[in-house]
Design a protein around this ligand. Sequence first.
Ligand SMILES: Cc1cc2nc3c(=O)[nH]c(=O)nc-3n(C[C@H](O)[C@H](O)[C@H](O)COP(=O)(O)OP(=O)(O)OC[C@H]3O[C@@H](n4cnc5c(N)ncnc54)[C@H](O)[C@@H]3O)c2cc1C
Length: 500
Amino acid sequence: MNSFWLENINKIEGSGILENDTNADVCIIGAGICGLTTAYYLCKEGYRVIVIDKENIANGVTGHTTAKITSQHGLIYSYLSKEYGINFAKKYYEANEQAIKNIEEIIQKNSIECDFEKKNSYIYTEKEEELDKIKEEIEALKNISHLENFKAENIDLPFKTLGGVEFKNQAEFNPLKYIKGLVKYILNKKGRIYENTLCIDVKKENEEFTIFTETNKIYAKCVVIATQYPFIKIPGLYFLKMYQASSYVIGVQTNEKLPEGMYINVEEPKLSFRTAIDKEKNKILLIGGAGHKTGKKITYEETYGILEKRAKELYKDAKIKYKWSTRDAITLDKIPYIGELSSIYENMYVATGFNKWGMTSSNVAANIIVEKIKGNGSIYDEIFKARRFKPIENKGEVKNMIVDSVKGIIGDRIKSEKIEIDEIKNNSGGIVDIDGEKVGIYKNEEGKIYKIDPVCTHLGCILEWNDVDKTWDCPCHGSRFDKYGKNIYGPAIKNIKEKI
Ligand SMILES: Cc1cc2nc3c(=O)[nH]c(=O)nc-3n(C[C@H](O)[C@H](O)[C@H](O)COP(=O)(O)OP(=O)(O)OC[C@H]3O[C@@H](n4cnc5c(N)ncnc54)[C@H](O)[C@@H]3O)c2cc1C
């Protein structure tokens, strides 16, 4: 099933498919909220811009988000204050608060009808043992902004909460209606947005980049990698610094009164709530969460099941009208990577690792990158610097990343459970051993067998069958392929080989 947003909007049209070699001042790879916001600001400054996307516009994470526009990124401020100091935390807060204002300004200036609404945002807990974390966050926030109180007194949720943090004047919108407005502006300014145009490589010769698609070349002075997770392995080595985490969302209809704000909890499993209006003007409650590292073996009960159970506990008449999953790139130090991709290529920029908070972070990224292209700096450069080499404190995560990545690179395969072909049910899959070789098997509803080489085309990790979404997922860096082996999302860009 498509996401709520994709189900409730007609396709957003760009400039078609790229059919000839061409050139531009800036080529942006990725037409999600990040790439298109960057294109918006560059067009405003008079640059000749081309955006390319391997899919349709905003069909990536942006088309599957929950679209809360907030600087409340979980309990980030106590963490940042402790790790980097109050001034650092303050700048992170200000950058994201400014992003909320920028988004509102874009909407107002371009009269974009995107259901933008100012709302309060809450982090809450139902558990006594989490209350200290809430208190710490409020204390950290008091040092960052003296304008607000941040303590949530009464949280308007249909169950008992023990405490929470309140951010006033945050917002929500329909991300695809907003994207439609950005696209209209970019095309009016003679920017070009080519869909179904996969970038397979980028090379630099003299002062110019050549961006290779499957059929054509684009020549540009600057390149922006806005592909959510960079598909370029070297330079940058982002696959050593990030992983992907999947989350699930359901859209619930009920006759009961729904909460007015935006909410997320502290404890696991994570649950996030907001409402949105569908085409028929019904108010739908979006419940998101139940996340895990992409590629982990999971069941329906551990994912959509958790969300559905909660919806039915809260609203007896709950009808589940939408159901979808998506993922985001997670950085090991919880801060996005924004700026120069590496020290090797000048004028090549990246924005990634939004940690499931890309509505504001993508606006922060677009502004930093546009200032760099103009030859200026930004007061936020050092906070988000993509080339940072911070000694990473989260030793457990670092170890996991390195072990997984090295396994992928040197070809040491992750062991998979042994199963026989007969054990695989219809409309399901798994990896079997045939004559000493690993083969990925998918059986369709009628029992017809499709065989693939279960090796990720990014760095060679053995894939996992995901029986919830019926996909092949990479446990190392989170690439995903459909049941027949077609690449759905990266960092891999190639399909999996069929096995004859
Ligand atoms: C369940 C969930 C809920 C979320 N809710 C929120 C929220 O409430 N608030 C919030 O702030 N954030 C939220 N996020 C995060 C936010 O949605 C993302 O951070 C943001 O949408 C990422 O935007 P993007 O433009 O970087 O990526 P995308 O939207 O994925 O865009 C990247 C584009 O690049 C294209 N691409 C990739 N590789 C290539 C290639 N080789 N060639 C050409 N094109 C390519 C893809 O097709 C894609 O369209 C959520 C995330 C999840 C998982």
